[in-house]
Design a binder for this molecule. Structure first.
Ligand code: BG6
Length: 468
């Protein structure tokens, strides 16, 4: 419906921006850091950057936070590299790693920026992976111990905690983002998923026990799925895929139960996990305080291709090709695409907010949203009007969602500063701040605020009133 007047953004709205440790920090083996699966798998294609230097944020942390403050950020969402804190995942604590995040958090607080901490963003310690990774139930205890160390180190300074970034993407497209080995059977993936659910629940329980005034929530990638047409079979396929991609993860995180449609799908593909006695009680007893979610665009699907027809197989976080007997990913003819083929659907953002709110009635925190593009540095400036347009269109939809009655805590687009994309190198840039480097050539790594930096500063200082 069209409103005559819109509600304003609430006071204290967390206008922020996001990064993740392995994509921004670099210093991959500095000061005692251990290797993660990302370092060990070396999954990038020839000519595409690896994650050894990234934006060298580890050595530019004060300069970067000063720039975030200049932009006016109210919050900064970043992740802690498990392998800096505990290099082998479950052994000795590395004090230098612990100190690095104290420096980062102290610097944020000194600049009046609220830290939002992701405890784990794709970078499982390689040493744990060698012991079976998430498929091994022992990783649950290792994560809980890691979580408790974080809460006791940083709990007096950090209010907002996110457990696991995009658990759903690690299960659905882990090969593309480099978190799982090629050809991992679905039964192993869904066993790993069950263990991650338990690990998350134990972290939530520990957080509530140790830090009564902190808030903690999951951080999946949620994209509402549309049917290609009003053919009831297409509608059913969209409903199935919403269950498999979105609700399966949130029903377990928030309601402590497995979504029945998704569970039946697991039976169909022979991938139901082994659930031990007491596991579901643990899931039920851990209730998050909010839902964080990453949104780039909606998805559109049709009924599955006829039996025997080839289903294309190239998938990533946004491009889902399809699955035999379940759905076929299709292009939405109403939506434009980015240079990297991801569709753009600001209204889908509002639709996604509404679906999440109706289903779970928990406050929502946006932890990613943004445009990957080929930016160009010209005379020290980057004219990224396309990014401003994308962000503006999405912020307008947040305001509409707030007017719809959805409780929104904040908006932390991807990314605060340029970093290395999950599988498409540094050429796919998202940041408000340009970092001067190429795929293989590190150049001088100098920082340049883009046009979007100055635009976002105005948006923040007007609390979302001035979007021009
Ligand atoms: C999300 C991830 O899937 O999307 C980020 O949480 C990622 O780590 C972002 O960088 C953008 O995706 P990509 O593949 O373009 O880097």
């Amino acid at each position: 419906m069209k409103y005559r007047e819109l509600d304003t953004f609430p006071e204290g709205f967390l206008w922020g921006a996001s990064t993740s440790a392995y994509q921004v920090e670099g210093a991959w083996d500095t000061d005692g850091k251990g290797p993660s699966v990302i370092d060990a798998n070396g999954h990038t294609a020839p000519g595409i950057s690896d994650f050894r230097v990234c934006s060298d944020h580890y050595h530019h942390v004060e300069e970067d936070v000063a720039l975030f403050a200049q932009m006016g950020l109210k919050s900064y969402r970043f992740s802690i590299a498990w392998t800096r804190i505990i290099p082998d995942g479950d052994g000795l604590v590395n004090q230098a790693g612990v100190d690095f995040y104290h420096r980062l958090i102290d610097s944020l607080i000194a600049h009046g920026i609220e830290p939002i901490v992701t405890m784990y963003h794709f970078d499982l310690p390689a040493a744990l992976d060698a012991k079976g990774g998430w498929e091994n139930r022992d990783t649950v205890a290792a994560f809980e111990r890691f979580a408790r160390i974080l809460f006791s180190e940083y709990g007096s300074k950090v209010t907002y905690w996110l457990t696991i970034n995009e658990q759903n993407m690690m299960i659905l497209v882990g090969e593309a983002i480099g978190t799982v080995k090629k050809g991992s059977p679905k039964s192993s993936l869904y066993q790993a998923n069950h263990h991650m659910m338990l690990a998350q629940a134990k972290a939530i329980l520990a957080c509530h026990e140790m830090l009564p005034s902190a808030k903690i929530g999951p951080a999946p990638n949620i994209a509402l799925t549309y049917p290609e047409t009003c053919d009831p079979e297409d509608v059913l396929a969209a409903d199935d895929f919403n269950s498999i991609r979105n609700w399966f993860y949130l029903d377990a995180s928030v309601r402590g139960m497995y979504n029945s449609v998704a569970w039946r799908y697991l039976r169909e593909i022979g991938a139901t996990p082994n659930v031990e006695a007491g596991d579901m009680d643990v899931l039920k007893s851990a209730t998050p305080d909010f839902i964080a979610f990453n949104y780039y665009a909606s998805m559109t699907v049709s009924k599955p291709a006829p039996e025997g027809a080839a289903t294309p197989d190239s998938s990533d976080q946004q491009l889902f090709a399809g699955e035999a007997n379940v759905f076929l990913g299709v292009k939405n003819p109403h939506l434009p695409s980015t240079d990297f083929g991801w569709e753009m659907d600001p209204i889908g953002f509002r639709n996604t907010f509404r679906a999440l709110w109706d289903r779970y009635h928990l406050p929502l925190l946006v932890t990613e949203n943004g445009l990957g593009a080929f930016d160009k540095l010209e005379d020290g400036a980057v004219h990224d009007q396309y990014r401003i347009n994308y962000l503006r269109d999405h912020i307008k939809q947040i305001q509409l969602a707030i007017t719809d009655g959805v409780e929104v805590l904040g908006y932390n687009p991807w990314s605060a500063i340029d970093l290395v994309s999950t599988h498409q190198g540094v050429a796919k840039r998202y940041g408000f701040i340009f970092v001067n480097r190429g795929e293989g050539d590190m150049l001088d790594l100098a920082r340049y605020p883009k046009d979007s930096f100055y635009w976002y500063k105005k948006v923040i200082s007007s609390n979302g009133d001035d979007l021009n």
